[in-house]
Write a protein that binds this ligand. Structure first.
Ligand code: CP
Ligand code: NVA
Length: 319
């Protein structure tokens, strides 16, 4: 069996209680998690990976999910723990009882909360109100586990010493903000190519830019798609209308119509450019099937790595 080495710094780092945004995690902490993910992937099923020893994680999802829910549940099981799927309609966080009361009760029974919420503030309140770890499984603002899976996939394709230039095409949404945070911490250049008015919140851009200054990379926003992609190592895209924005769908379709990842766009990039998408994709809108299913696409590798990197996050928080 191939035994991947653990990043030495992983062992030395003080731990955070939660995983809410990658802006809280340093370069070395992220590298440690990625290194652990690589090892867990190489040694999938090994008995010594069962670090949860019967501990229980609860999953609360206010929005639909395929990848995140399956990978977290599988991760908890494979790490020797148990997963409880709590129907969000049963809990009604903030309606039937306060966010804080939900957290205070859960911490008396389980060891980990994994939550997908509409408002980012809900997960922040959950985390603040309890002593057990809380993992962000996507909010309106961030999707840190997606960005970590992307980074693991880039390491696999380009090497852990690579410094890719990430160009995100489309909406400055939760996935974009987490990739921007990842890039800022890891020292990767990052450009968002979007129509004017669809940038991430100004506070996210300024927090990432501050981190980027320290890690000596650039974070930029461009409204000129062709110009933005010229130096790209990886193109990334996501749906134009995220969960919860359905009422804006037709306005967004018009606004983003010139921001599709397709063969014509790739003609302006390096021949080796990689392409990714967090999935689910709206084929024919933000990306064509021809590109999503091409050899350059690493989207499914990234989906696969959700399992391994989330195990590594659980390991980091609970071992
Ligand atoms: N990429 C992602 O988070 O997929 P799901 O919404 O299916 O979980
Ligand atoms: N931006 C998308 C990501 C889905 C994984 C959404 O929030 O719907």
């Amino acid at each position: 069996m191939c035994r991947a080495r653990i990043h030495r710094k992983e062992i030395m780092m003080p731990r955070h209680k939660d995983c809410i945004t990658l802006l809280d995690y340093s370069h070395d902490e992220i590298a440690g998690i990625l290194s652990r993910a690589r090892k867990l992937k190489a040694e999938r099923g090994a008995a010594d990976a069962k670090i949860l020893h019967g501990r229980t994680g609860v999953l609360i999802f206010e929005k639909p999910s395929l990848r995140t829910r399956i990978t977290f549940e599988t991760a908890l099981n494979e790490l020797g723990g148990h997963a409880i799927n709590l129907e969000s309609s049963m809990v009604q966080i903030g309606k039937r009882e306060s966010v804080e009361d939900v957290a205070r009760n859960l911490q008396r029974w389980v060891h980990l909360i994994i939550a997908r919420t509409y408002s980012h503030n809900t997960i922040v309140k959950l985390a603040r109100a309890c002593s057990i770890p809380v993992i962000n499984a996507l909010t309106d603002l961030y999707h840190p586990c997606q960005a970590l899976a992307f980074a693991q996939t880039v390491w696999e394709h380009l090497g852990s010493d690579s410094r890719p230039w990430i160009v995100f095409i489309g909406d400055g949404n939760n996935v974009c903000s987490s990739l921007m945070a990842l890039a800022a911490q890891m020292g990767y250049n990052f450009t968002l190519a979007c129509p004017a008015g669809y940038e991430p919140p100004a506070e996210v851009i300024s927090a990432c830019s501050e981190k980027a200054e320290k890690s000596k990379c650039t974070i930029s926003v461009s409204h000129d798609l062709v110009d933005a992609v010229r130096n790209a190592t990886v193109l990334y895209t996501d749906v134009w209308t995220s969960m919860g924005q359905e009422e804006e769908s037709s306005v967004r379709q018009k606004a983003f119509s010139g921001f599709q990842v397709n063969k014509a766009l790739l003609a302006h990039c390096s021949q080796n450019v990689l392409v990714s998408h967090c999935l689910p994709a709206h084929r024919g809108q933000e990306i064509t099937s021809e590109i999503l299913d091409s050899k350059q696409s690493i989207a499914l590798d990234e989906a696969e790595n959700r399992l391994h990197v989330q195990k590594a996050v659980i390991h980091y928080l609970l071992s």
